[in-house]
Design a protein around this ligand. Structure first.
Ligand SMILES: Cc1cc2nc3c(=O)[nH]c(=O)nc-3n(C[C@H](O)[C@H](O)[C@H](O)COP(=O)(O)OP(=O)(O)OC[C@H]3O[C@@H](n4cnc5c(N)ncnc54)[C@H](O)[C@@H]3O)c2cc1C
Length: 465
């Protein structure tokens, strides 16, 4: 029997799409290649520690995440990060320095020279004009023009390493940070854009009432969200069922897996870009421009230590390491490190702390697990100014390949083009996944739910981002 909708991929974009469809009474099934649901989201419990193997951080301002948690009945389980988790650091010239979080701290920060600070302060006076030929600037040229080279590379460069594990020049300003770019373009600058930003309606969101920049999770980590979605879907979620090809079969779409054939009127490809392209190709849709999408290859390294071995373990969220050309000097090999046990209760046993370092694949790929954990210990020692690396009590690592796409210049325009092609040539095939409308948890949930809404409303065209 054909289903009304087949969702391919049970990461958060596929699960949230299927959840809305199932809730509205649609006959939906989800085919997932892996033996577990959640995609890159998953929490590992080990020896009293909780390690997030993918995303850790969801800001309290993440409306889609919070509404989904509310719709799943998880609002009461949302927990906010500890207030001491607010402080963030940057590696700069041999030590961790607090990132400025207010105008007075911006004035006094040692992270920028006087010239660098003046350049930021005068941004409001220099009107932003987008390139005359209509092209999209890359993040590096955009931020350098707005904030000056020092602040752009040191602060902006470290920030995009934290979000995309990429360098500024790898990303298109409008593709990777659409709201920020639109604010600058429409209002003539970053500060002007911020000033014009409409205050969001203060409708209460599910979960604790905390400042927008605080972080949210669950006592059992983000795995709780995956588990609740999987439970709602029940037998509609089929694991170990990689879609191998898709083809038109009259009014239906036919999906082949190793164990059989599934048919449905509508297909949602809630997949990373490479498997999505492969399936589109099997249906005769060539989207070869996406074969060039580059990805961050990231290795996450978790390690737990005795608190007594780290007397100088700071409060705060963790630190970022700016790119080498930012002039911060030689530093840790990590792109950044989260002080995970500072964020939420229950992440490490009493008297212990845990950290999660994230590294470029090429830095650690060749090392075995214990060598990776040892590297995280050395980076922590360097960051905290310790003579000797602390002895890890426990650790876990995970390599991620081809799952964090880099939104290079023109990426969003290419996605819109592909949506238009699908509407014309493959009606009934819909796109979700981290390469379609934003890479964050917040944005993949938004996309999954938006596709579900379009299907429920019977919209005939593929919703473009
Ligand atoms: C290490 C790491 C840290 C991150 N940190 C953050 C963070 O702090 N904050 C934040 O907001 N975001 C973060 N992100 C990004 C965010 O977590 C992801 O972009 C998002 O969860 C992707 O969800 P998705 O469902 O779109 O894709 P995925 O999670 O990649 O799910 C896609 C699913 O499709 C399945 N699949 C693949 N091929 C097939 C096939 N042929 N047939 C069927 N199924 C298939 C896969 O097995 C997978 O389960 C992080 C990502 C990573 C990797």
């Amino acid at each position: 029997m054909p289903s009304q909708v087949l969702v391919l991929g049970a990461g958060l974009s596929g699960l949230s799409c299927a959840f809305d469809l199932a809730r509205a009474g649609r006959d939906v099934r989800v085919l997932e290649a892996a033996p577990r649901a959640g995609g890159v989201v998953g929490t590992l419990a080990r020896e009293g520690y909780l390690f997030e193997m993918g995303p850790h951080t969801l800001q309290a301002s993440s409306e889609n995440f919070r509404r989904l948690a509310g719709d799943l009945g998880l609002a009461e389980r949302l927990i906010a990060s500890r207030p001491e988790g607010r402080e963030r650091y940057l590696w700069h010239q041999g030590a961790l320095r607090a990132l400025p979080s207010s105008i007075p701290s911006m004035i006094t920060t040692p992270l920028l020279s006087l010239g660098g600070k003046l350049r930021i302060a005068t941004e409001i006076l220099r009107r932003y004009t987008p390139p005359a030929d209509g092209s999209e600037p890359d993040m590096e040229s955009f931020l350098v023009e707005r904030l000056g080279r020092e602040a752009a590379l040191r602060l902006g460069g470290a920030f995009v390493r934290g979000v995309y594990a990429a360098e500024l020049r790898d990303l298109g300003a409008a593709s990777a940070f659409p709201r920020m770019y639109a604010a600058a373009r429409d209002h003539g600058g970053l500060v002007r854009g911020l000033a014009f930003k409409k205050k969001a309606k203060s409708e209460p969101l599910p979960g604790p009432d905390v400042p927008r920049m605080d972080l949210l999770s669950f006592p059992g980590g983000l795995q709780e969200l995956v588990d609740a979605l999987s439970k709602e879907l029940g037998a509609r979620l089929l694991l170990d069922q990689a879609a191998l090809s898709i083809e038109r079969a009259g009014e239906l779409w036919r999906v082949k897996t190793k164990s059989g054939v599934h048919e449905a009127r509508e297909l949602v490809l809630a997949l990373p870009v490479l498997p999505a392209l492969e399936l589109l190709r099997s249906a005769g849709i060539q989207a070869s421009e996406f074969a060039l999408v580059r990805h961050a290859q990231v290795v996450m390294v978790h390690a737990g230590f005795a608190r007594a071995d780290l007397p100088s373990f700071p409060r705060g969220f963790g630190f970022l390491v700016p790119p080498p050309q930012a002039g911060s000097g030689p530093g840790p090999r990590a792109l950044g490190m989260i002080f995970a046990s500072n964020l939420f209760v229950g992440r490490a046993p009493e008297d212990c702390v845990s950290v999660a370092g994230f590294y470029r694949g090429e830095e650690l790929e060749a090392l075995d697990e214990s060598a990776r954990i040892a590297q995280a210990g050395r980076d922590l020692a360097l960051a905290l100014g310790l003579g000797e690396p602390p002895r890890p009590l426990v650790g876990a690592t995970r390599s991620w390949k081809n799952v964090i796409p880099r939104y290079s210049t023109g990426h969003r325009a290419r996605v819109r083009g592909l949506c238009a092609t699908l509407t014309q040539r493959a009606s009934g095939v819909h796109l979700a996944g981290p390469w379609v409308d934003g890479v964050s948890v917040e944005m993949v949930i938004a996309r999954g739910r938006r596709v579900a809404r379009a299907l429920l409303e019977g919209t005939s065209s593929e919703p473009a981002p």
